[in-house]
Design a protein around this ligand. Sequence first.
Ligand code: NAP
Ligand code: GCO
Length: 267
Amino acid sequence: MSSFVQNFSLEGKIALVTGASYGIGFALASAFAKAGAKVVFNDINQAAVDKGIAAYKEAGIDAHGYVCDVTDEDGVYALVAQIEKEVGVIDILVNNAGIIKRIPMHEMTAAEFRQVIDIDLNGPFIVSKAVIPSMIKKGHGKIINICSMMSELGRETVSAYAAAKGGLKMLTRNICSEYGEHNIQCNGIGPGYIATPQTAPLREIQADGSRHPFDKFIIAKTPAARWGTPEDLQGPAVFLASEASNFVNGHVLYVDGGILAYIGKQP
Ligand code: NAP
Ligand code: GCO
């Protein structure tokens, strides 16, 4: 492998991807493994972790899986200590775990709003602060926060999610600002609309066999005229996790097929 291409390698690195039993997290962790990293992931219950381990094994990946809720501060610190003991110090963290609640704001309870903020924003804060001390000791680290179109745009029914993802963009910039001097790079990936279980309700085939109106809307809003796949995110994630991006910091890389640049196709 040429020394230039070596810059994109993750050989010898340990990557923790949160909420990565399936979906985007699974795709990113799988790409990291293909790039040479040792992969560690967590999910909120043993059944999900076991399912994830089996899926990684089927893909030829020997992943380490742990049960941990990213909102549980003590649990996260215990997870990081266990990973450091059993696998090694984390070089790459992807804050991927997240939920969405699609409820009109005036109908959303404060508890529902808080739950989304807790998982999508407090979670990345907690996991990042748990891994940063060892990254400082090691002299390098990569933190990648999975942001969203909603880090830039709003839409009906996703107030909590947009507030969380907007906050996550600024947390990304602040980790960059506070820890860049320790050779820690913190960037975001802003996926467009990606076909995963999280967006399945937006792509449901209608009773009359037609496509969901939102599905048609996204196709019209995306220059690529398609939904993204988790695999579309793999190259950008490996880049941000690798030494090739050591001077990229505080940036949110939108992998959206061009949605943010496009007014949308005339109906
Ligand atoms: P997904 O299919 O719903 O998967 C989310 C994962 O996070 C699941 O494994 C889930 O585990 C886990 N999780 C949820 N709450 C958790 C917690 N408290 N602690 C630990 N793990 C938790 O979502 P996705 O589409 O892959 O999205 C992954 C990330 O990308 C999310 O942050 C999402 O906001 C973001 N994103 C998605 C899209 C998209 O179009 N799909 C676009 C932009 C950004 P369980 O299933 O066990 O609950
Ligand atoms: C929604 C979608 C989006 C995507 C993603 C777009 O209901 O609008 O779920 O929020 O999940 O975040 O980038």
